[in-house]
Design a protein around this ligand. Structure first.
Ligand SMILES: NC(=O)c1ccc[n+]([C@@H]2O[C@H](COP(=O)([O-])OP(=O)(O)OC[C@H]3O[C@@H](n4cnc5c(N)ncnc54)[C@H](OP(=O)(O)O)[C@@H]3O)[C@@H](O)[C@H]2O)c1
Length: 154
C-alpha cells in the first residue's frame, strides 16, 4: 500500500524495490508458503510485497544476500549454520562452483527474477559469485537449501 500511495505522488514509474532477502532471511517467501496456518512463518509482515512487486513488474533487488539477522554476519562457513553449510557445500562441489555462487543461485532461481545486490569489496569473491549465472538449481535443490536453513514446509 505504501507503493500505491507513492505512485500517487511521483511521476516516475517505480521499477525496482530493494528488500532484505537471503537464504536465512526469507520472511517474504515464508508467508506465501505457509499461508493461512497458525504458525509464525505464516505471518504476513510486509503486505505481500513479493506478490505485489511481481504483479506490478517491479524488480526486487535483494540486499545482504549473504547476511543473517540484521547485518549479524555472513552465514556461509559459519558454525552457527552447520546443516545449511553442509547442504550448500555439497551442491557447490557437485556443480563446481563456490558456495557464494550457490547462495546467489538460490535467489536467482526464484521466478520473480530478482537482482541480488552484493556488498563484497573482494574481486575474486565477486568473480566466484558471478558463476551463479552459469548454473541453475533444480527445484529439489532449492527446497533442500530452504529446509536446511531451518525452514519448514506445510
Ligand atoms: N536499500 C536498502 O535498504 C539497503 C540496505 C542494506 C544494504 N543495501 C545495499 O546492499 C548492498 C549489499 O549489502 P551487504 O553489504 O550487507 O551484502 P552482502 O553481500 O550480504 O555482505 C557483504 C559483506 O560480507 C562480507 N563477507 C565476508 N565473507 C563473505 C563471503 N564468504 N561471501 C560474501 N561476502 C562476505 C564482505 O566482505 P568482503 O568485502 O571482504 O568480501 C562484505 O563486507 C550494500 O552495499 C548496500 O549498497 C541496501
Amino acid at each position: 500500500m505504501q507503493i500505491e500511495l507513492l505512485t500517487r505522488f511521483v511521476e516516475q514509474k517505480i521499477i525496482f524495490n530493494q528488500l532484505q532477502l537471503s537464504i536465512t532471511n526469507t520472511g517474504m517467501i515464508d508467508a506465501g508458503i505457509n499461508v493461512n496456518m497458525e504458525i509464525d512463518p505464516s505471518i504476513n509482515r510486509d503486505g505481500s510485497i513479493l506478490d505485489y512487486c511481481r504483479l506490478k513488474d517491479i524488480t526486487i533487488q535483494p540486499w545482504s544476500p549473504f547476511q543473517f539477522g540484521f547485518f549479524e554476519g555472513v552465514f556461509l562457513d559459519n558454525e552457527k549454520f552447520p546443516e545449511l553449510n553442509q547442504k550448500i557445500n555439497a551442491i557447490a562441489a557437485a556443480k563446481g562452483v563456490a558456495n557464494t555462487a550457490i547462495a546467489i543461485a538460490w535467489i536467482l532461481r526464484h521466478p520473480a527474477r530478482m537482482q541480488p545486490i552484493v556488498g563484497t569489496t573482494n574481486p575474486d569473491r565477486l568473480k566466484a559469485m558471478c558463476r551463479a549465472s552459469d548454473i541453475s538449481l533444480t527445484r529439489q535443490e532449492w527446497y533442500e537449501i530452504y529446509l536446511a536453513a531451518g525452514n519448514k514446509l506445510p
